[in-house]
Design a protein around this ligand. Structure first.
Ligand code: APR
Length: 254
């Protein structure tokens, strides 16, 4: 589908269809200093997900899960948006991007100024008690000293993120599916597409007629099967390049 210049091709699709949606994963925040989950520097190299990151593991031993959660919170805590996050916010303000569906829990899309963000895996800003269901802002209860935060009832709190084995928040799933079914272009940025049901979103969009554009330095399970155009590179470089192509297309059409 891509011609000689994939950036020009994607810019043309964005401008013509004016109803793109982005699906983002950990790779978009790598240049903000948060390593992706899988791979050499990834959290899952250090903390086996089945031991630390399932809801069952949390219920059995919340103190143990909090070793991994403390590191995740510390990594995300000081991070700021990079050019990929701000570039998506710019595409939204230009009327070319309708929504961002993110698997990330770092809130960097909101920090960059994107208005419509669907948090597929929750976020780290809130803690919830899985015994009495009270919620607390993380900054109120998490001291960052290694001790797990506690509810007033005495139980250890859980970040309001989706751990393995937990369902996707119902409204996020509904909204994401609706966006996927009705978008003209799906930008799939920085996800290895290995985790269900998030990895079904590109297939759903493609089945409904969207062009699927993958932005990732590596190939994934989607590349060559679901993906129509793969632009290989770091998210910030590629999104900057897309913005340049969009603006040169606009100049040509003026
Ligand atoms: N720009 C774009 N993509 C990048 C960059 C970058 N600078 N650096 C790495 N990537 C790509 C990797 O090639 C990889 O394909 O980002 C992807 C990151 O994959 P994962 O670590 O598997 O992250 P993600 O797909 O978001 O994981 C999905 O799994 O562990 C759970 O709940 C967690 O939300 C997470 C989900």
């Amino acid at each position: 589908m891509a011609g000689d210049d994939p950036f020009a091709e994607v810019a043309r699709l964005l401008a013509e269809r004016r109803n793109a949606v982005a699906l983002t994963g950990a790779g978009i925040s790598v240049e903000s200093g948060i390593p992706a989950f899988r791979g050499a520097q990834g959290l899952w190299e250090k903390y086996a997900p089945m031991e630390y990151a399932t809801i069952g593991a949390f219920i059995r031993s919340p103190e143990k899960s909090w070793r991994m959660l403390t590191e995740l919170l510390s990594l995300c805590g000081g991070a700021t948006p990079n050019a990929a996050h701000t570039g998506l916010a710019e595409l939204e303000s230009m009327g070319l991007l309708r929504a961002v569906i993110t698997q990330n829990v770092d809130r960097l899309h909101q920090a960059a100024g994107t208005g419509k963000v669907i948090e597929y895996h929750g976020n780290l800003e809130e803690l919830v008690c899985i015994t009495c269901w009270r919620n607390f802002p993380t900054r109120e209860r998490w001291k960052g000293d290694g001790s797990p935060p506690r509810c007033d009832c005495g139980e250890i709190l859980k970040p309001n993120i989706v751990m393995f084995g937990e369902p996707i928040p119902w409204t996020a799933q509904e909204r994401a599916e609706e966006e996927a079914r009705s978008c003209g272009v799906l930008l799939v940025i920085g996800t290895s597409a290995q985790v269900t049901p998030a990895c079904d979103i590109p297939r759903l969009a493609k089945k409904a007629g969207a062009a699927v554009v993958e932005i990732n330095p590596e190939e994934t399970r989607l590349t060559g099967t679901v993906t129509d155009i793969h632009i290989s590179g770091a998210a910030s470089d590629v999104v900057r390049g897309l913005l340049r192509s969009v603006s040169s297309l606009q100049k040509k059409n003026d």
